[in-house]
Every structure is written in C-alpha cells, then in structure tokens.
Design a binder for this molecule. Structure first.
Ligand code: MOS
Length: 734
C-alpha cells in the first residue's frame, strides 16, 4: 500500500544514554551557580500571617530569601486551558493566600544545595487556617460544576450524545448498571521537576526538562514582562513527562527571579516529596455506567456519567465519555462530565488522563455485560465493532481493533479459557483468571514548523517543534530521515525541545510522532528538491554531501510547515505564541483513533490471596510503526503502568489533614521488576491512509488504556468477585 515497514534500528540516543552523555536540565553546572530550595505551606487553605526568615538569612552560604513580601510584582501565568500557560492559574508567593497544602511560601538561595535545604527548613510561618475539602465525597452538591467552563473550550464540557441512550437503555432486554471509582494518582517522572536559569547578555536562558518549551518561553515572558524573544528554553532531553511537564510550572519563575536578582545562574530542583503538591496529578473520579443490550450481545445503549475532582481555583475538565463513545459502535450513547472543586493544586494530565479511568469503568462494565449474557468477552466486543464514529457519524480513517482482538486471542491461547469464573486453577492451587479489555485514544496532530540543512562535511541538521521525553521521538525522526536521504544515522543532528531551533509545540496527547514524522518526511523531500536544483540531473545514488561537492556549495537548507487536515493558517500563530494548537480526533472528513486490545492472566494465591499478573499480550493499531524498537518499549511501559494502576497506585488522602499523605516513592507504591511477568507486544502496523503521508496515528497513551480493566476482569474470572475500585488489593479478594 505505501512504504515497507520500518527496520528495528536501535535508539539513536542509546549510547549517549547508557554512557551518561545525554544531559538533563539538572545536570547543568556553572562555576558560580547557586542552589535554591522551597519552604512550603503546612496548612491547606488560608493565609500566611507572618513568616520568620531570620534564621535562614543568618545561615552561612545563604544569599537570598524571598517570600510573598519581597518577591516583587509578576503576573500569574494563567491556567493553560483558559488562555494561559501554567499548569494552574496560581503562581505561589505572589500573595499571602494559601490554596493547598505544600504550596511554596519561601525560596532560599544559597551557595550550596545543603545550605539552601537547611535554610528552607528554618523558615517558620504563622497562618490563619480555613476549612477545606479534599475528596469527592465531601462535596456539597452546589460545588459540583456542570458545564460552566466560561474560559474553556465549551466542547470540553458538552455532553457526548448519539441517539437516545436513556430510552434505549430503559427498553433493553439485558442491562448492566454499575458505579466505579478511580483514586487520585501521581506520575513520578524520574527526572524531577527542575530548572536552571541563567542570564546571558540580557537573554534569559532556561534549562528545563519539559514537554512544552514554547509555553515556558511565552508564559515566563508574560510573568516577567519581557519580550519572548529574550527568553530561550533548552530541553534536549526530558526524563519522563507523562503530562506533568506539559506547561509552565511554578519553579521556573523562582529560578529566573533569583538568578536576575543575584546575577548568577540558579538551579532549583523540586524534591520528590514536594512534587506531590507542586506539580499536577491525576484527579479522583467516579463513574456511573449503564449498558443495555439484546440477547445476541449487540449493545444498543450506553451511558457514561463521570464526576471528577478539580481545584478551587481552576476548572480542569474531565473528558471521560469521549473514549467510551468511540470505542465501539453503540448507536445510542450519552456521556456527561461534572467537576467537584477541592482544595488541592490544580490536577492535570497524567498518561491516558481520562482514558485510563474511563476504560477501567467502561471495559469492566462490558465484561459484566458479557458475563450477564453468557457471551465470551472477546466475541461480545467483536459483535460491537464499527467502521464509523458514533458521535459524528463520520467514517474512521482506519480501525483494526477487531484484528487486535483476533491476533491477541490467538497469541494468548484464549480459546482454552473456561467461561465459568473461579474454575481455572494453577498446579500450586492458585486461582487463575483470564481477562480482556480494549482501549482507544484520539489520533491528534499539532501544527509543526521544521528546518533542515545538509552540509558539505556530511551532516544533516534537522530542527523541529517537539520534545524527546524518553519515548523515542529522535529515533522515529531518524528512521524517516535515513530512509528518505539514505544517510548514516550518525550524520543526523536532530534538535528538538529548543526554542532556538524551531517554534516548539506542546508534545502531549500522543500527537508527537504524528506531528514531527510527517514534517521530517516533507523536510527531507524539500531538501532533495533543493539539491536537485543545485545540481540538475545528478546521479540519484549521490549523498547530499556529494551533491554539494558537485555543485561547489557548503550548505543547502529547506523549511517546511504543516498542519492537520482542516486547520486554518491561524494555528501557526498559536504555535508561535506558545499556545496548544492540536487538531483531532474529528477532522473534516473523518475521525481518527488508535486502538489496543490487552489480554491478561492473573493468579490469586490460595492462602495469601496475593494477586500477580503472570502474562500480558497487547496488540496495538497505531497506524504505521515508524520506530519499532521504541514503540515496543512504549507499550511495555504502558502495560507496566497499567499493572501499577490496577494493583498498586493511589495517592492517599485524609480528609481531616488534606494534601497527599504518601508523598514519596517509598510509600507511593509502584510495581518493581519482580512484579512483572511476561509481556508480549504486537502491532498491526497498517498505515493510516488519511491522517498523514507516513500513515502514523499515535501510541504513547493508548498503550496504557484498558490494562487495568483487563486485570480487574481477570481478577473477576479468577475469584468471581467484581472489584469496582482501584487499586485492587488483597483485602478485596479475601
Ligand atoms: Mo500527555 S498525559 O497528554 O502529556
């Protein structure tokens, strides 16, 4: 149909990474660099009445202590979804107000990290503390916000409607009506939230691992009242983002202000314990699912109602029902989302932000329906396949979910499953359960601008908007450039995450590859066209450097820009202004989604009732796979995270105390190597014919969608117990 499949080339940055040559923001060091640390609020809501900074100021090595009283005048960044650039609208320390436990109240800058930390520990504050609420359950009904996103895109709050779901549900012969809850969770990128700020001849240079260097440039410019052209943001590597690093965060201003006041570079690393309160997280949510079907397993009606936590000061819209609506061909669908204000930092995007909780609820309910009807859960899902989008009626650009299910069932050996729950046993007496669940995720695209150059010494320089956060963006770009230009991978210099190279888009929502890879392909073609002009009729076997030699030139350049089908030219302005500008999944002529099917085997030990995931088979339709090696890793990471979501992860909240209690990696429990069994990953690898010329959709997030549901369904199959909350623990299956 199009190009052949891509080879399993190793990660282009693999050697740099294992040798420690890949530099992250906090690796930056300067001879005169200072270190900063934060003191944080010990109340949940109220005001700082007074702060005693004398002991900190008196400490040897301490150069500067800042509080709201002496920070100076800066603009708040604004919430990223309300026309701003920040993960929340509040910039701490611009007033004495406290909106959540852990909010910074003082910054200590010192010659050594030790002095900064000691100084921060010596800060003493007096507060006026006010009542607060941190859970969904404590919300009085008036605090539930329904479709009131005045500053937000209204479609985020609109009900998702097709047909008449309530009438079709009432009339259905077979029904499931169930409620599920999902806890708050915190992503914990191994690279901590950190910034090194330095002023070079009037230009502010920010080193920060981020998914959005454009937002940092423009948001910081707004905060400081600077021309954005006087700020450069350099983020060649980001050590895990997962949504947490997708906008301007509060520590960046602190580092910039301290560096300007002191005339020296300043490094501010937010420690793990503070990250739980000073960066975003996955909010708590609760889900009401109703499914109505006929005896053959055709689902005629589905309702998905979700309530989600937000902060007191920002509306972070949950968009849960979109995935549920688009997973199958259910003709009557109604989805509704509401928000509950709580006294926490503004929650945000965390890998598969809505799709992970939504799929846990929805795909558990689909399993409940299969059990009610006595239909095999794979067969039930195949029965409800579609090639048309339910919400818009438009055709899907490509959908191979049935193939994912069929291939997965074959690899897993699903035909040996005994339908009766609690009927399969291991030799050691453990109960065995086999579960399946599917996931979908939007195939979005960001507008992209890119520059390419070939040099006489044999290098190919490529700069594009996009961020390398470990997912393998450079490797995917490299595979495309190598194929198009027939050059050695070592000749490539790929600049991403750097405002000096190209306008930087927000890299999130699994649109990274589908945005930069087609741009790389077009840039390479533009470069080849420029070379053909330099030396008309040259032998096509010549390398770009040989053509330059033939033409007597040192360098040739080309520039391209591209946007999604149907996007107006104005999106380039948004891109250049640091605003999110993606399109999708609904385009003018089609709707585009990625899909996955997960098959899981769990064992539940006879005496201890410990749940273990013995093996997982995951088959993905993400369009063309451009970098098979990094794609495989993406799916493994998503599966492991799904295992964590199902069996381990929860940010513990005490409504009397507020904040999050288990704010470190010792108590926020995630799977370790010994928890992970066999993971078999496969791709359909069929190019999408409509979304872009390379045929890629998106992979990062869909990989995780449905894993937790597949595990919950397997636990039901092993034990006959239906667990409708996460994480599932021993006490749930005693
Ligand atoms: Mo991702 S959670 O969209 O950064």
């Amino acid at each position: 149909m199009s190009e052949p499949t891509f080879p399993k080339s190793p990660r282009i940055d693999a050697l740099d990474k294992v040798r420690g040559a890949a530099l992250y923001a906090a690796d930056q060091s300067r001879p005169d660099m200072l270190h900063a640390a934060l003191a944080v609020s010990t109340i949940n809501r109220g005001e700082v009445l007074s702060i005693d900074t004398r002991a900190a100021r008196a400490l040897t090595g301490v150069k500067l202590v800042l509080t709201h009283a002496d920070m100076g005048e800066y603009k708040p960044p604004g919430h990223v979804l309300a026309g701003g650039f920040g993960f929340q609208s509040i910039q701490p320390m611009l007033s004495n107000k406290v909106a959540y436990r852990g909010q910074p109240i003082a910054l200590v800058v010192a010659e050594t990290l030790e002095a900064a930390l000691e100084g921060a520990a010596l800060i003493k504050a007096k507060y006026d503390s006010q009542p607060f609420q941190v859970t969904l359950d404590g919300a009085p009904p008036k605090d539930i916000v329904a479709q009131q996103g005045s500053l937000l895109p209204q479609e985020m709050f609109a009900d998702k409607v097709a047909g008449d779901a309530d009438a079709a549900f009432a009339a259905a012969a077979h029904r499931v009506d169930a409620r599920y809850t999902h806890p708050p969770q915190h992503q914990n990128p191994i690279e901590l939230v950190s910034t090194v700020a330095e002023w070079r001849k009037g230009t502010l240079v920010i080193h920060e691992g981020t998914q959005n260097s454009g937002a940092i440039r423009h948001g910081l410019a707004r905060q400081l009242g600077l021309d954005p052209a006087r700020i450069e943001v350099i983020s060649p590597q980001c050590g895990g983002g997962f949504g947490l690093k997708n906008s301007l965060q509060m520590q960046t201003l602190f580092a910039a202000v301290a560096s300007r006041k002191l005339g020296q570079p300043v490094k501010l690393v937010v420690p793990r314990s503070q990250l739980f309160h000073d960066a975003s997280f996955r909010p708590a949510s609760r889900h009401h699912i109703q499914l109505g079907a006929d005896a053959s397993g055709k689902i005629l009606a589905a309702v998905h109602e979700a309530d989600q936590q937000t902060s007191r000061h920002d509306l972070f819209p949950g968009v849960y029902a979109e995935m549920s609506a688009r997973l199958y061909g259910i003709p009557n669908f109604r989805g509704r989302e509401r928000l509950v204000r709580t006294d926490v930092q503004t929650p945000g995007y965390m890998r598969a932000p809505f799709e992970q909780p939504a799929s846990f609820a929805f795909e558990s309910a689909v399993d409940e329906l299969a059990h009610t009807l006595g239909i095999d859960p794979v067969a039930l899902r195949l029965r409800n396949d579609t090639q048309r989008d339910v919400l818009t009626g438009k055709p899907l650009s490509s959908r191979f979910l049935a193939e994912c299910l069929q291939e997965g069932a074959k690899r897993f050996g699903w035909n040996k499953r005994k339908a009766q729950p609690a009927s399969m046993k291991a030799k050691n007496g453990a109960a065995i359960g086999w579960g399946v669940a599917c996931g979908a995720y939007k195939a979005a695209t960001s507008p992209t601008m890119a520059r390419i150059a070939a040099t006489r010494d044999g290098r190919i320089l490529f700069a594009v908007g996009g961020h390398e956060m470990g997912q393998g963006m450079r490797s995917a770009i490299a595979n495309v450039l190598v194929r198009q230009l027939r050059v050695d991978p070592q000749a490539l210099v790929i600049q991403v995450g750097d405002t000096r190279g190209a306008p930087q888009h927000l890299t999130a929502g699994s649109w990274g590859t589908a945005s930069v890879v087609p741009a790389a392909q077009e840039a390479a073609q533009a470069l080849l066209a420029a070379l053909a002009e330099l030396a008309p009729g040259h032998d096509p076997a010549l390398t770009p450097a040989q053509v330059l030699a033939l033409a007597g030139r040192e360098r040739v350049e080309a520039e391209v820009r591209r946007k999604a089908p149907g996007q107006p030219d104005a999106v380039y302005g948004r891109l250049q202004g640091g605003m999110p500008a993606p399109a999708g999944p609904a385009y003018p002529e089609f709707v585009s989604m990625s899909y996955v099917a997960h098959f899981v085997e769990v064992s539940v030990e006879a005496v201890t009732r410990r749940i273990r995931v013995l093996r997982v088979v995951s088959v993905v339709d993400c369009g063309r796979v451009v970098s098979p090696v990094t794609a495989d890793s993406q799916v493994r990471g998503g599966v492991v995270w799904g295992i964590g979501a199902a069996l381990r992860e929860i940010s513990e909240v005490d409504p009397r105390y507020g904040g999050f209690l288990n704010a470190d990696l010792a108590e926020y429990v995630v799977p370790v190597n010994a928890d992970i069994g066999q993971i078999d990953v496969a791709f359909i690898d069929q190019p999408d014919p409509l979304l872009n010329a390379t045929g890629v959709k998106g992979l990062g997030e869909v990989a995780m969608v449905g894993v937790a549901a597949a595990i919950a369904n397997a636990v039901h199959h092993a034990t006959a117990k239906r667990i409708r909350h996460l994480p599932i623990r021993i006490e749930d299956v005693l």
